[in-house]
Design a protein around this ligand. Structure first.
Ligand code: ATP
Ligand code: MG
Length: 557
């Protein structure tokens, strides 16, 4: 095989393994626990595992790490499958479950006992922690540590047979209670849990610990490089210890990388679940959530997320990524592909006094000024129009180039109009803005060289399509809500204005909007139909991202 050049430290390890003959192929896995929906952090891990294997002509398994029966559900399994394929990755027929290996893993545990590497301990709760010691003090040996192998084996089999209560005993590895790494102080291998599992039902009442099940699952699948996040670094000696104690050949190698943290959001499944359960958001796929289903509903494409994962790269030190980089990736893509449309989110009516009632004219506008191959469309222009409320000011500041009394503005693709009068109600609220248009400015071209700086969008009143439009803001008000001052909790930093709903007026073609299309509402951002609401038949749009690019601007030239 022609070994490609490495482009990060993980690939360097792989290249070295292939060159020295330690490995002849590459096999990775993505091992989600089905206890929540996948988020953008998981996308980093998915891209990394699949892309790395692919680069070296290898394979990637999807493995559900389902060793905790109480928190796992089929709903999560299904959503994970959907999200990984949506992201564009194919695990072929290699969909595995740690629970499929329970029998094998159990046998390995018996072998550990037989080799003198594990024992059944009857210490309970508090006593277990008291024996473990601290970071500065060594632990104490369990009184059951040196019980005969045959006794541990017998007890372990009876644990499996359901003879004991939860918490009355557990199987633990016999390593070193004074080990400087706390994970090596005779860690638990199996515990009693009288809970039904979503796949194995009531077959088991003992379940393997993650630290035991994971290296064995990797070994059973003949994974070569077991890529995981940095918090498992201190577990690596244990990962290796189990494989070595069981004298297994062709051992997988665990390699850690820094997890993705993103500003103004949260990557903890436990906390995301809390938001869902407390109805703080509209479910796991709420467009404000950092979940893949949320991003999908928000209008993100798989390619924009892959691009984002590519740009952030892989490192060995934890860091925080600016969420604006994610916005940048989707904006770049939508700028090239999105169909342009005119929309008014907060409408106010304009009446053109010198335009005949009942007369309409077709105006031609481009579908994408950056890509003329996307063609043009015709929109009807008439006497009554909607414009954005804040595109008019009675007493504007300097450098306000939109509509003002006696001022002139260009209506996109149509004409110059000049404000001649404002109608108000008794409280002084504006009801209508009256204008006149200049017939010589057709197409928005200046007839005589006079300058009109402002161009605003408009929607014809009798042709307007009503829609609900939702604008989103960060879910949290601080960059790192997971790291809050002591007197606060993360929920204190929820942004109460993370979603704003408008009753908008859209140009006629938006009545035929489709789920697969993406739109740029002129001057307002990129939008897509909401997948949930449109199932109900309503016209509801989500803003994917604003037009303004605060990420690229902040980068040093
Ligand atoms: P849990 O606390 O439930 O274990 P988790 O986020 O670690 O949460 P897993 O389902 O165990 O969820 O994760 C599957 C894989 O995704 C693991 O290999 C994990 O290391 C990786 N992963 C999880 N979060 C991130 C993240 N923020 N950035 C990169 N990879 C991640
Ligand atoms: Mg995990």
């Amino acid at each position: 095989m022609n070994i490609p050049e490495p482009s990060n430290f993980i690939q360097e390890i792989i290249v070295n393994d292939l060159k020295t003959g330690k490995r002849s192929s590459v096999h990775t896995r993505f091992p989600p626990e089905p206890n929540g929906y996948l988020h953008i952090g998981h996308a980093k891990s998915i891209c990394l595992n699949f892309a790395t294997a692919k680069k070296f002509d290898g394979l990637t398994n999807l493995r559900f790490d389902d060793t905790n029966p109480t928190k796992e559900e089929i709903e999560y399994v299904d959503s994970i499958r959907e999200d990984v394929s949506w992201l564009g990755f194919d695990w072929g027929d290699r969909e595995y479950y740690a629970s499929d290996y329970y029998e094998q893993i159990y046998d390995f545990a018996e072998q550990l006992i037989l080799k003198g590497h594990a024992y059944v301990c009857e210490l309970k709760g508090e006593a277990v922690s008291a024996h473990r010691g601290t970071h500065t003090e060594p632990g104490k040996n369990s009184p059951w540590r040196d019980r005969p192998v045959a006794e541990s084996l017998d007890l372990f089999r009876r644990m499996r047979a359901g003879e004991f209560e939860e918490g009355s005993c557990f199987l633990r590895a016999k390593i070193d209670m004074a080990h400087p790494n706390m994970n090596m102080r005779d860690p638990a291998v199996y515990r009693i849990k009288k809970a039904s599992h979503h796949r194995t039902g009531d077959k088991w009442c003992i379940y393997p610990m993650y630290d035991f099940a994971h290296p064995l699952s990797d070994w059973i699948e003949q994974i070569t490089h077991s890529i995981c996040t940095l918090e498992f670094e201190a577990h690596r000696p244990l990962y290796d210890w189990f494989l070595e104690a069981l004298e297994l050949k062709n051992r997988p190698q665990q390699i850690e990388f820094a997890r993705l943290n993103l500003t103004y959001t949260m990557m903890s499944k436990r906390r995301l679940l809390e938001l869902v359960q407390n109805n703080v958001v509209m479910g796991w796929s709420d467009p404000r959530m950092p979940t893949l289903s949320g991003l999908r509903r928000r209008g993100y494409s798989p390619s924009s997320i892959r691009e984002f994962c590519d740009r952030i790269g892989v490192a060995k030190a934890d860091s925080m990524v600016d969420i604006n980089l994610l916005y940048f990736c989707i904006r770049e893509e939508l700028n090239a592909t999105a169909q342009r449309a005119m929309a008014v989110l907060d409408p106010i009516k304009v009446v053109i006094d010198n335009w005949e009632e009942g007369r309409f004219e077709e105006i031609e506008v481009e579908n994408n000024p950056g890509d003329l191959s996307q063609g043009t469309r015709q929109i009807l222009f008439g006497r009554e129009l909607y414009i954005e409320r804040d595109d008019f000011m009675e007493e504007p500041p300097k450098k306000y180039f939109r509509l003002r009394p006696d001022g002139e503005v260009r209506l996109k693709g149509a004409y110059f109009v000049k404000c001649v009068r404002v109608d108000k109600d008794a409280e002084g609220n504006i009801l209508e803005i009256h204008c006149t248009y200049d017939p010589a400015s057709r197409g928005g071209e200046s007839p005589d060289g006079r300058k009109v700086k402002g161009t605003i969008q408009w929607v014809s009143v009798p042709h307007a399509v009503n829609a609900e439009v939702r604008l989103f803001n960060h879910l949290f008000t601080v960059e790192d809500p997971a790291n809050t001052p002591e007197d606060k909790v993360w929920l204190d930093f929820l942004n109460p204005n993370s979603m704003l709903t408008c009753q908008a007026k859209l140009e006629p073609m938006m009545a035929q909007a489709t789920m697969s299309d993406r739109y740029q509402f002129m001057r307002l951002g990129y939008f897509c139909l909401d997948s949930e609401k449109s199932k109900e038949g309503g016209l509801v749009f989500n803003r994917t991202v604003e037009l303004k690019d605060s990420w690229a601007k902040a980068q040093p030239k």
